[in-house]
Design a protein around this ligand. Structure first.
Ligand code: FAD
Ligand code: FES
Ligand code: FES
Length: 494
């Protein structure tokens, strides 16, 4: 790469204004910049960890197919460096220039959707994003869109009533963001000059690679750099743990990592594909994964967070790894031009230790679609349904032989060990045996050989051990009941 292709400026559009910045810290959050540098204080800070939604803004980004999508994101854990070429829209930009409220705002006023008002800008932005995509949303769509917004005052019912009424205040045809979409696409395209963005010096530096090869070369040369995709984990390292993450490489803008394709019975998911982007394809191909994704964070987190990041961080309570392990997924890792593909389960070595060599990154995960005769289920057990981290998650894939014996079973859990982990002893006890209650009960005793779970704030060790056993029984009952679905995904309250 020649010096001519390196740019030392960050360029994006804020509301209606072009912005060029030459001095941005690698860990500068969008929320701090909006409030401190731009004095745009409509965007609030509630939790600084992606949970409450008070900081919700819209980020418009060009899609690989040349469109423009606006998504609600948590400004508190979104780093400035990831915004190159984007359109940031804050609550200050929602009302018309003459002060006339937007239909979303007017509905919130008329239906008393605001009391102290602290959460209100965040709700307005989330509802705005929803209304642009679904002007007449179902209650289910409204609840999904608002999973990531908390209000301590209204009790939510007035907000839900406002959400149902928005379209009666005006159609999307007159919405400025939608009316100006074509012009904004051209404006954002003009910002995309194909250059690498590099800012800062020494360790105190961030880079936005020009493309995937550039990223691969960069990381091979500087293996200790922090890779940041959606920043829904790394953001908290900064805001909650005050960790030094420098130098940083931002990869959210790399289109080559954002593809999701189905070929020969396998779904290949680029490491930069967000939960929101993966939802449709995964729901269609492996229906049990749809409801699981819908329970990861709130909509803002799903708009930023990636499956690649969920795998790469190696957490024992990440939701997708056990499900993908049970499905027999493989992982492609890349260093420079070299690639290797391993079984996903082999990636997780020990707590905080993954099979990722210096300079390597996760490029894609490949997920076999279960065959028609296979049964697949995933159960996430949490204290509350929405926006909660797993206490225990069990995933099961089963093939039965013609005589009703277990031909093949793959079982993986999260929250039961230091890594996402298969239940080999349980699998062995079941394989070749008749798929009946007696076999399952006998196999339940084997969990003690596979897992010695911990007690923490989410659940006790005893509770986890009991739940793990019971999930197997549940899977058995669901696969043998008269109306057994091929795939299920369930929530249980702990
Ligand atoms: C409010 C909230 C709720 C959440 N709820 C859930 C939940 O319900 N279930 C759940 O599983 N998780 C949850 N999370 C955690 C998080 O959203 C997920 O782990 C997410 O998938 C992380 O993806 P990311 O792109 O944001 O990763 P980042 O934060 O960008 O990165 C995470 C880690 O992966 C590394 N990394 C990222 N991409 C690559 C790559 N391509 N190659 C190598 N390394 C890479 C980073 O260096 C870092 O170590 C939640 C987070 C928040 C803030
Ligand atoms: S401040 Fe709570 S989600 Fe950002
Ligand atoms: S109106 Fe007070 S927090 Fe929602």
């Amino acid at each position: 790469m020649t010096a001519a292709t390196i740019r030392s400026e960050l360029r994006f559009v804020l509301n209606g204004q072009d912005v060029t910045l030459r001095d941005v810290a690698p860990d500068q959050t969008l929320l701090d910049w909006l409030r401190v540098s731009r004095l745009l204080k409509g965007t609030k800070e509630g939790c600084a960890e992606g949970d409450c939604g008070a900081c919700t803004v819209l980020v418009g980004r060009l899609t690989p197919s040349g469109g423009l999508v606006y998504e609600g994101v948590n400004a508190c854990i979104r780093f400035m460096g990831s915004l190159d070429g984007c359109h940031v829209v804050t609550v200050e930009h929602v009302a018309a220039g003459d002060g006339t409220l937007h239909p979303v705002q007017q509905a919130m006023v008329d239906y008393h959707g605001s009391q102290c008002g602290f959460c209100t800008p965040g709700f307005v932005m989330s509802l705005y994003a929803l209304w642009m995509e679904a002007p007449n949303p179902s209650d289910q769509q409204i609840e999904t869109a608002l999973q990531g917004n908390l209000c301590r005052c209204t009790g939510y019912e007035p907000i839900l009533r406002a959400a149902r009424a928005i379209s009666s205040y005006g159609g999307t045809d007159r919405d400025p963001l939608l009316a100006e979409r074509a012009a904004m696409i051209e404006r954002l395209k003009a910002l995309k000059d194909g250059a690498r963005v590099e800012m800062g010096a020494g360790r105190n530096r961030f880079v936005v690679p020009a493309n995937l090869d550039d990223f691969a070369a960069l990381l091979a040369a500087e293996p200790t750099a922090t890779v940041v995709a959606g920043s829904t984990d790394v953001g908290l390292w900064v805001t909650k743990q005050m960790r030094d993450i420098t130098p940083v490489v931002f990869i959210a803008g790399l289109d080559e990592l954002r593809s999701i394709a189905v070929q020969d019975g396998t779904v290949s998911i680029g490491a930069g594909v967000t939960y929101s982007e993966a939802f449709e394809t995964l729901s269609a191909q492996i229906p049990a994964l749809g409801p699981l994704i819908a329970r990861i964070g709130g909509q803002q987190v799903r708009n930023m967070g990636t499956i690649g990041g969920n795998i790469a961080n190696g957490s024992p309570i990440g939701d997708t790894p056990p499900a993908l392990i049970a499905l027999g997924a493989t992982l492609t890792l890349r260093r420079g031009a070299d690639r290797r593909t391993i079984r996903l389960e082999d990636y997780f070595i020990a707590y905080g230790k993954q099979d990722r060599r210096p300079g390597e990154f996760v490029e894609a995960v490949h997920v076999p679609v279960p065959k028609a005769a296979e049964r697949f289920a995933v159960y996430k057990v949490t204290k509350r349904r929405d926006e909660d981290i797993t206490a225990t998650l069990g995933a099961f894939r089963l093939s039965l032989a013609a005589d009703g014996t277990v031909e093949d079973i793959c079982i993986a859990y999260g929250g039961m060990a230091a890594t996402p982990k298969r239940a080999f002893a349980v699998e062995t006890a079941l394989t070749g045996q008749p798929w009946n209650e007696a076999t399952v009960e006998a196999a339940m005793a084997k969990y003690a050989e596979d897992y010695q779970p911990l007690t923490d704030m989410r659940a006790t060790a005893e509770y986890r051990a009991l739940v793990a056993r019971n999930l197997l029984m549940r899977f058995f009952l669901e696969t043998t009941s008269a109306a057994a679905p091929a795939q299920v995904s369930r929530y249980e309250a702990a």
